[in-house]
Design a protein around this ligand. Structure first.
Ligand code: MN
Length: 253
């Protein structure tokens, strides 16, 4: 099973949860929120062949951590995964919009000149701005919109731009999220937990609970769970060499 957006380093016991993921043979994209967290989070997954670590700078931290962009630039050659990055248009973060744009567009440009990356993108209340930024920067790699919450029209635009989607139990709990997932191209969907931020029954979601999203996808797509799991595995495989130590970034579409 697959958790393609998880903050392993932010659980109270990062080593314990990482080991549990490895024991369960879970494929994990372990995203980070600051460049300074990358080295420690990469070390967490040391020896876990199904866990990949992404280099990120979360939009909610952009105004505080934009001074870490030079560190981002130095580290970007060490991974083909970038995230969590993006934009957040919620009222409490909108006042830092200029910093968010500076950080996000800088990172997209760095990805582009570095040959492209697999990107895990935050777009809460900012779908249009995220898609505008992607549209004007072909060659950033493969954008994967995590917990997509835009409109059906924006979803169609994202699909047109080549975006993929990672969906979790939180997103699929609501009618709107399920309606959006119905419209997503099945060959471009992965599951995620967004733990420990995302909640299930009032506590943090565990990475392996991303699998419950596969069950919901089966219901709304009218497919059996094994069929959905086969689809998701095939999608992950198309990302290319997830289990290889140093895959070629040139394969990104
Ligand atoms: Mn997240």
């Amino acid at each position: 099973m697959i958790d393609f957006h998880c903050h392993l380093d932010l659980y109270p016991d990062p080593h314990g949860v990482t080991n549990a993921c490895a024991e369960r043979r879970l494929y994990v994209l372990s995203v980070t929120t600051t460049p300074s967290a990358f080295a420690g989070t990469l070390a967490l997954a040391n020896g876990a062949s199904r866990i990949r670590t992404a280099l990120g700078l979360h939009p909610q931290l952009a105004h505080q951590r934009k001074g870490e962009l030079p560190l981002f630039d130095r580290l970007v050659g060490e991974t083909r995964y970038v995230g969590e990055i993006g934009l957040d248009g919620a009222p409490e973060f909108k006042r830092h919009w200029d910093d968010q744009m500076e950080v996000f567009t800088h990172i997209l440009d760095v990805c582009r000149v570095s040959g492209g990356r697999v990107l895990s993108l935050h777009s809460r209340r900012a779908t249009k701005a995220v898609l505008d930024a992607l549209e004007t920067r072909p060659g950033v790699g493969l954008p994967i919109l995590h917990w997509f919450s835009g409109s059906a029209r924006e979803l169609a635009r994202a699909v047109e731009l080549g975006c993929w989607f990672s969906v979790g139990p939180g997103m699929l709990r609501g009618e709107k999220g399920r309606e959006l997932a119905t419209r997503m191209p099945r060959e471009r969907v992965l599951t995620e937990s967004d733990g420990p931020f995302a909640q299930i029954d009032g506590r943090s979601a565990w990475p392996w609970e991303a699998s419950s999203a596969a069950g919901v996808l089966g219901q709304i797509w009218g497919q059996s769970l094994p069929d959905v799991e086969r689809q998701l595995s095939a999608n992950l495989a198309r990302l290319g060499e997830f289990a290889q130590p140093k895959p070629a970034c040139a394969q990104l579409g």
